[in-house]
Design a binder for this molecule. Structure first.
Ligand code: HEC
Ligand code: HEC
Length: 92
């Protein structure tokens, strides 16, 4: 019986293909990290702010740290800005 198929060995083209796939995966994961919205800081002020009005006392246009112009009017801050790890809300 004649040998019709060559046995498969990892050649130069396979290596190049693998490197391209790896480069695309790395590029995509770096790109998605850059677009992550800023987390809510895990400090004394932020773990005790419990309501939209509490947040906006400092973050509305007259506050000490205003939201950027054109920021969404959405209420659920933590939906986009990660909730602080030690968050307790406005409980005493
Ligand atoms: C007493 C004032 C005050 C309150 C209340 C407050 N913040 Fe802040 N916030 C600040 C200040 C000042 C900064 C900027 C300095 C810093 O990063 O801590 C800041 C920064 C931030 C940032 C940006 C962090 C970054 O990395 O750029 C986010 C997001 C944020 N606050 C969300 C919130 C949310 C959500 C609430 C309500 C749960 C809230 N803040 C309540 C004063 C406040
Ligand atoms: C639908 C998503 C979304 C919601 C909900 C949201 N934000 Fe933001 N916020 C963003 C994005 C996007 C930015 C600009 C990118 C960034 O995080 O630096 C931003 C930026 C900010 C900044 C400036 C961050 C900095 O780096 O200086 C503050 C402060 C902030 N938001 C506060 C709030 C507060 C307070 C609430 C709740 C009332 C809120 N956000 C709700 C998406 C959101």
């Amino acid at each position: 019986m004649p040998e019709s198929r060559k046995s498969w060995r990892i050649g130069k083209r396979d290596t190049i293909f693998f490197l391209i796939v790896a480069a695309v995966v790395v590029a995509l994961s770096l790109g998605s990290q850059e677009r992550r919205t800023a987390a809510t800081p895990n400090d004394a002020v932020h773990i005790q702010a419990g309501s939209r009005n509490g947040c906006l006392a400092c973050h509305d246009s007259e506050g000490v740290q205003p939201q950027p112009a054109g920021h969404t009017k959405a209420d659920q801050c933590f939906q986009c800005h990660l909730q602080p790890e030690q968050w307790v809300g406005d409980k005493p």
